[in-house]
Design a protein around this ligand. Structure first.
Ligand SMILES: *Cc1c(COP(=O)(O)O)cnc(C)c1O
Length: 369
């Protein structure tokens, strides 16, 4: 069997004829930039998440950058984030002129609230927790910290569209949040795409201006801005995919249960949280990140799975943000580094069949035998 880590052809193949007619319709009408499909998608996304506003942007990185910019984050400010995240979380802080402050993640790989609190200084302006792997952080603790120290919350929800904490969606806890529609994300399009959601009308209005060169719908330029619009074709594709998304979530959770049931007896591996482990949390399993109790096994298991036709990857290439020398953090976060050296992402996406999951689990058992 050949099981790639992610099957990029499936992004189109899953709904080929529907996509063909959507694309043909849009390009035939010449309806490319900021058209009604964009408005429709924004309105359906905000309805789905129960937020007042949603805005399509070019990608999630821009969504985070614009969220922080609209909130006034800039030079002299510090912004706390979990180092076990994509570099984009940190670059969106850095590119606003603020200082990214990486902190540890906990055993669940999500930002550790105690480490957040230890990192707070007079300059701390915001916290950007990453809702990693389709899971949600301990939002009560994080919200309490934000309230106690009067700190802004912006969520990096790139990986967690549809995940919930105490029945409230990831991305709806802070002043705003950004989602990614990169092809391999839970809802992926045919290139780059993203969205910001917020309940705050001022933030909404600001980002709406900023994403389009500071230009309002009518009248002259009002401020410096950038070009970060979501293409209308993508908005239409995403609007269709959002309607199918609950099916995809159900399937991802089924796959997670299959992995859990077939791997839970292996003491050598620490598995992601099972769907029933914490009733406060509803996971969408963007990724299935396992951790080897003995990190020496990680690369060997990866190679063994590869020789059996199974693709796996190390998230972020195996390094947390503070470990990239060129970014000059010059600090050590031992718990995060331990997790980075012992974790592996197994295939997790809706193209996978039951028998492919069984094959992967059997191969992992064979490795340890
Ligand atoms: C994918 C990802 C991003 C960036 O999303 P883009 O749409 O590619 O800009 C940011 N943060 C996390 C945690 C991600 O996984």
């Amino acid at each position: 069997m050949e099981i790639p880590f992610f099957n990029y052809k499936h992004v189109y193949g899953q709904y080929k004829s529907e996509f063909n007619s959507i694309i043909q319709d849009i390009i035939t009408r010449g309806s490319f930039i900021l058209q009604k499909e964009g408005d429709q998608f924004e309105s359906n996304l905000s309805n789905y998440l129960n937020t007042k506003y949603a805005l399509g942007v070019a990608n999630c990185t821009d969504g985070l950058y614009l969220s922080l910019k609209a909130a006034g984050v800039g030079s002299g400010d510090e912004v706390i984030f979990s180092s076990h995240t994509f570099v984009a979380t940190a670059s969106s802080i850095y590119n606003n002129g603020a200082k990214p402050i990486p902190v540890e993640c906990g055993a669940d790989h999500l930002i550790d609230p105690d480490s957040i609190e230890q990192a707070i200084t007079k300059r701390t302006k915001a916290i950007v927790p990453t809702q990693l792997n389709g899971h949600v952080c301990d939002m009560n603790k994080i919200l309490n910290i934000c309230e106690k120290y009067n700190i802004l919350l912006v969520e990096d929800a790139a990986q967690s569209l549809g995940a919930k904490y105490k029945n409230k969606f990831a991305g709806t806890f802070g002043q705003s949040a950004a989602f990614s529609f990169y092809p391999a994300k839970v809802v992926g399009c045919f290139g780059d795409g993203g969205a910001v959601v917020t309940d705050n009308v001022e933030i909404f209005n600001k980002i709406r201006l900023l994403r389009n060169h500071g230009r309002p719908d009518f009248g002259e330029v009002e401020c410096w801005g950038i070009n970060s619009r979501l293409d209308n074709i993508h908005a239409a594709i995403l609007d269709f995919k959002l309607k199918q998304y609950n099916k995809d979530i159900t399937r991802r959770r089924e796959l997670a249960v299959m992995y859990f049931e077939r791997l839970k007896d292996l003491n050598e591996i620490k598995l992601p949280r099972d769907i029933s482990e914490d009733i406060d949390k509803f996971e969408v399993y963007q990724n299935y990140e396992i951790e080897l109790r003995d990190s020496n096994h990680r690369d060997k298991l990866k190679d063994y799975l590869k020789s059996n036709g199974i693709g796996t990857i190390l998230q972020w290439g195996g390094k947390a943000v503070h470990q990239f020398k060129a970014l000059e953090f010059n600090i050590s976060l031992p718990r995060t580094e331990k997790i980075m050296s012992s974790s592996l992402l197994l295939p997790m996406n809706t193209s996978l069949s039951d028998s492919e999951i069984y094959y992967i689990c059997d191969a992992i058992h064979n490795y340890f035998n």
